[in-house]
Structure formats: C-alpha cells, structure tokens
Design a protein around this ligand. Structure first.
Ligand code: CUA
Length: 153
C-alpha cells in the first residue's frame, strides 16, 4: 500500500516536472527577438515585401539616405547607386536565400546578411570615388562575383 502511494507520488512529480519543462519551452519559443536592430521577414517573401521589392535609395534628409538592399545568390540589388559626397547612408540589407556578407573595403562597413533579417549599418561617405560592396561570406559557386558599386561624387 505504501509502495503504491510512493509510485503515485513519483508519477505526479514527473507530470509536474514535464509540465514545467513544456511551459518553459513554449515561453522561450514565443519570446520576441532580442535585438531591436533586426526585424524579420519570411525569406521567401523578401522580394515582394516593401521596401525590398524596390531596392534602392530613399532620401530621408539633408544628404542622408536609406539604402534598401537585397543580397542574393549571386549579386546585390540595386546593382549601382550614386550619392553626393558627404552623404550618410543607412544600409538596410536582407537576403532571400542564404547567409551573405556585406563589406565595403577601406571602410568599417562589414556585416552579415541573414536570410529574412534586416541588418542595419550607417556610413558617411566623405571622399568622392567608387566604393565596392562585396560579399565576404562564402555563399556558393558565384560567391566571388557578388559585388555592387556606390559612386560618391
Ligand atoms: Cu554572397 Cu558570398
């Protein structure tokens, strides 16, 4: 009789334990993304989600722009951008397929582009010239051809 009681007690404890574990897992699954700098898009819908359906520059102030860009196998959209010298550009970059890199050699612009996430980085282009944006994260056979240009003049 006493054994049966202990067995029941054990099963109840096991049940409570599993319930707590389940609630914990569920709560973590529901938790919002931790970084305010990332919002997510369904990667399959990146190309049809504004503003990434029409990538490019958006003037938001005195020589200040948002640059909405898509990194995909194997290139960047848009393929070319032109801004006046001294322009501050807030890059907002996402990917519809795999992880890419986003680097402008000669500057401190360097970030990862994760499918379905929008990563931000700002840079002020003081010197006129042509700036290459390259992918520095191996992403497949066309990786070394992934590049686009910003012309600052
Ligand atoms: Cu994209 Cu390497």
């Amino acid at each position: 009789r006493l054994e049966k009681m202990w067995l029941t007690f054990g099963l109840v404890m096991l049940g409570v334990f599993l319930l707590v574990l389940g609630i914990g897992t569920f709560a973590r699954g529901m938790a919002p993304p931790t970084s305010e700098h990332h919002h997510s898009i369904d990667p399959e819908k990146v190309m049809e989600t504004p503003p990434f359906d029409k990538p490019g520059l958006e003037k938001i102030g005195d020589n200040e722009y948002n640059a909405y860009m898509v990194a995909l196998a194997f290139g960047f959209n848009p393929e070319k951008m032109e801004v006046p010298a001294g322009a501050t550009i807030h890059f907002q970059v996402t990917s519809p397929d795999v992880v890419h890199g986003f680097q402008i050699p000669g500057t401190n612009v360097n970030m990862m582009v994760v499918p379905g996430q929008v990563n931000h980085l700002s840079y002020t282009f003081k010197k006129p010239g042509e700036y290459l944006i390259i992918c520095n994260e191996y992403c497949g056979v066309g990786h070394q051809f992934m590049a686009t240009t910003i012309i600052v003049k």
